[in-house]
Design a protein around this ligand. Structure first.
Ligand code: DGJ
Length: 724
């Protein structure tokens, strides 16, 4: 619900309230974000005082208690009195860089706004508020967009900057969200790591100054995720106030949290200003990507549940029906395969209940290693005689669907595409290009490049029924210069590149609406809410080790629903860690995601095949609650309790699946009792492998006794069903 009354804007969601006000100087001040309250004008909370060195706007005359440096603001400006983090920076034609924004007008609309060419939450239940601010001197307008999804407690934000002057203006910073707090006793929580170890949770108190995470790698990155939280110092899963903010963007970003001087704090998040400059000719506009905010007054779990539901219901554009369990060829064969080898793997997979065969890297051009072939999207008939036309029917004959790996954004120097169009790779004139994984990045800011690559991909995708595509991206951007743009527009290349990727994904969705697209960037290098709009699942990490996956999937789960996390069982010793884990454990961890296998099934024993059959049955029996239920983090992999545990509960609370993996074993272990969550307290549950019946309240308050578990990295799984 969006209310405007006496210059006060109040956004109510079911459990939260967000408020701002155009004050006496028409500055849009932020007054409240937290648990739902009745309303009223909360601007009395703002403390005004004459603070030494804090400047006063000229209209305030010699009234020294009013300063932009101290009032909480909705979209912070620069150069005119606020020395905290700016949300916007402009280079005006006279060389000045000052931005002073004041309220102009606003509009409240039914339905949720959309953003052309950019991902955005959409669909039922949304409302829109647009507040227009203006810098009267620069003749620049800034439109602040707010989308309100009451049921999800979700507030989205986006920003559009319009040059109304007769001169060009360069936008050099355009944050998507600025969130001011009249407090600073909070923790800043980020999800960080590296390739094959993504999204580890890091939590630290806000300290004076600016703390930031971000990416200047051209993709959202393995290193830092564009989802961050601020929370009470003692916030936990079930108590405390927390704020989660996700940026729907897959390129350079920055999330900055500042503990300011007077016990206040500010969070600013958006496109990274690194090498960013967007030129607006008179009348031109720039749209900053959407950010999504959820405040939970009751801890992390409800915040995650609301993000998960909002993403599932109002962001993903998933294909209808159940996603089949897949087998992927990568860790089974790498580049070394031919049609017979693939069909052999598929023959082993089909009787186990695996429904989708995915041919990974190596099927096209001259591609026997990662040194060549990217860009040449024609089937390598030496490996696959007769092309997909011959291979796919053989897979279909086994009762499986067929999927394909592609890496459209890349080119190998040893490729026909590069030989024909060397200038299509990003690179500055006269400067040697920087390789990574021996490949270069195509200039996806150029339409002709995208069209050429897409035409080639279409020929392949239309040559046989393809049910699934894995869209990979295996390096960071360097040499970011586009041969197609003039010098004064080179600061736009990073962003135009992202828009180009989004556009091609949109073409693919348009032309193949029934095809599932899984995103991937060396695993989870581009696992962000922007990408999820186009690819409803993303390969979570190239690390398939079940134990490392506990922390990776744990961190990922704070914002992203489990149905979005590609997770596979692979062989042991694990390729990335060398660790041995039981097949059961690998299955328990992987089935808490978009489930699949990635190993040579012709090399495993009959007993292991039985285990796999049982895993797939468990997954299928619990599919709805894994994909659409509520996910509870019961025991964190960081807390050293001896195990990590989590639980999926169906929306009607009649069914649950509890999973647990132990850490390395010690003699004489403690007795463990696991307290479950989210059950119906009055229902009576059957627990798999147990004769007794348990009331929901007993399982949640007193707990379920776990037997003594011996051995490293052992898994247990409990299926709960309520009795009628
Ligand atoms: C990186 C991906 O994450 C892997 O799963 C695999 O597809 C390789 N690329 C192929 O080159």
């Amino acid at each position: 619900m969006i209310i405007f009354d006496n210059n006060v804007f109040t956004l109510h969601t079911r459990r939260t309230t967000y408020q701002m006000k155009a004050d006496a100087y028409r500055v849009l001040v932020h007054t409240y974000y937290g648990a739902r309250i009745g309303g009223g004008d909360l601007s009395y909370l703002i403390r005004y005082a004459d603070r030494g060195f804090s400047p006063n706007p000229s209209e305030a005359g010699h009234e020294r208690v009013y300063s932009l440096d101290t009032v909480p603001q909705e979209y912070s400006t620069c150069g005119v009195g606020d020395f905290r983090l700016p949300s916007i920076e402009l280079e005006l034609s006279d060389g000045s860089r000052l931005v002073d924004l004041r309220y102009k007008d606003h509009e409240i609309r039914a339905g949720k706004y959309a953003l052309e060419g950019l991902p955005a939450f959409h669909g039922e239940g949304g409302e829109t508020l647009v507040i227009r601010l203006e810098d009267a001197c620069a003749q620049v307008e800034v439109e602040l967009y707010y989308g309100v999804f009451e049921e999800h407690d979700l507030i989205t934000r986006a920003v559009r900057i319009v040059n109304r002057s007769a001169k060009p203006v360069r936008v050099t910073r355009a944050a998507s969200v600025c969130l001011d707090f009249m407090r600073s006793d909070m923790d800043f929580v980020t999800f960080d790591g590296r390739h094959v170890m993504e999204r580890g949770m890091n939590r630290a108190p806000l300290r004076p100054g600016v703390q930031s995470v971000g990416s200047v790698r051209g993709i959202s990155s393995h290193q830092h995720n564009p989802f961050v939280m601020l929370c009470d110092r003692d916030c936990g899963e079930d108590h405390g106030l927390c704020y989660g903010v996700a940026l729907l963007y897959s390129g350079n970003f920055v999330a900055e949290a500042e503990r300011c001087q007077f016990g206040d704090a500010r969070l600013v998040m958006g496109i990274h200003p690194y090498h960013f400059g967007y030129l607006l000719e008179p009348g031109g506009a720039f749209t900053a990507p959407e950010a999504a905010m959820i405040c939970s007054p009751d801890g992390f779990t409800p915040m995650s549940h609301r993000f998960h539901r909002a993403i599932r219901q109002n962001l993903l554009r998933d294909i209808p029906g159940r996603k089949p369990v897949l087998i992927n060829s990568w860790e089974a064969t790498y580049f070394d395969f031919d049609a017979e080898k693939l069909v052999q793997i598929a023959k082993e997979a089909a009787p186990l209940g695996i429904g989708l065969f995915v041919m990974d890297d190596g099927w096209f051009g001259k591609r026997d290693s990662d040194m060549s072939g990217l860009g040449d999207w024609t089937v390598n008939e030496r490996k696959l005689p007769g092309g997909l036309h011959a291979l796919v029917p053989r897979i279909h004959a086994l009762g499986m669907r067929f999927g394909l790996w592609v890496e459209p954004e890349m080119v190998s120097e040893d490729s026909d595409l590069y030989r024909a169009h060397p200038d299509w790779a990003l690179g500055a004139p006269g400067r040697p290009r920087t390789r990574s994984r021996s490949q270069l990045v195509l200039d996806f800011s150029r339409r002709e490049v995208r069209e050429h690559v897409y035409a080639a991909l279409r020929r392949v995708l239309s040559s046989a029924p393809i049910a699934y595509v894995k869209w990979d991206m295996n390096r960071n951007l360097t040499d970011v210069f586009s041969a197609a743009l003039p010098a004064e527009r080179q600061g736009e290349v990073y962003h135009r590149y992202v828009l180009g990727v989004y556009e091609m994904l949109e073409w693919m969705r348009r032309d193949y609406p029934d095809m599932l697209i899984e995103g991937c960037s060396g695993g989870g290098g581009r696992f962000d809410a922007g990408m999820l709009y186009y690819t409803p699942q993303i390969w979570c990490s190239d690390n398939t080790d079940a134990v490392d996956r506990l922390t990776i999937q744990y961190g990922t789960s704070f914002c992203y629903p489990v149905c979005t996390m590609g997770a596979h069982v692979s062989a042991v010793p694990n390729e990335q860690t060398g660790r041995m884990t039981p097949l059961k454990t690998r299955g328990v961890v992987a089935m808490s995601g978009a489930f699949g296998y990635e190993l040579d099934l012709s090399r495993i024993s009959q007993e292991d095949k039985q285990v796999i059959r049982a895993q797939i049955r468990t997954y299928e029996d619990n599919y709805d609650l894994i994909h659409d239920g509520d996910y509870y983090r019961l025991a964190s992999p960081y807390e050293g309790e001896g195990y990590t545990a989590w639980e999926h509960v169906s929306p009607d609370r009649r069914a649950a699946l509890v999973s647990l993996v132990t850490s390395s074993a010690h003699a004489a272990p403690a007795f463990w009792t696991l307290k479950l969550k989210g059950l119906d307290p009055d229902a009576v549950y059957r627990v798999s492998g147990d004769e007794r019946r348990y009331r929901g309240d007993v399982l949640m308050r007193a707990g379920y006794p776990l037997g003594m578990v011996k051995g490293d990295y052992q898994a247990r799984q409990l299926e709960l069903r309520a009795e009628d």
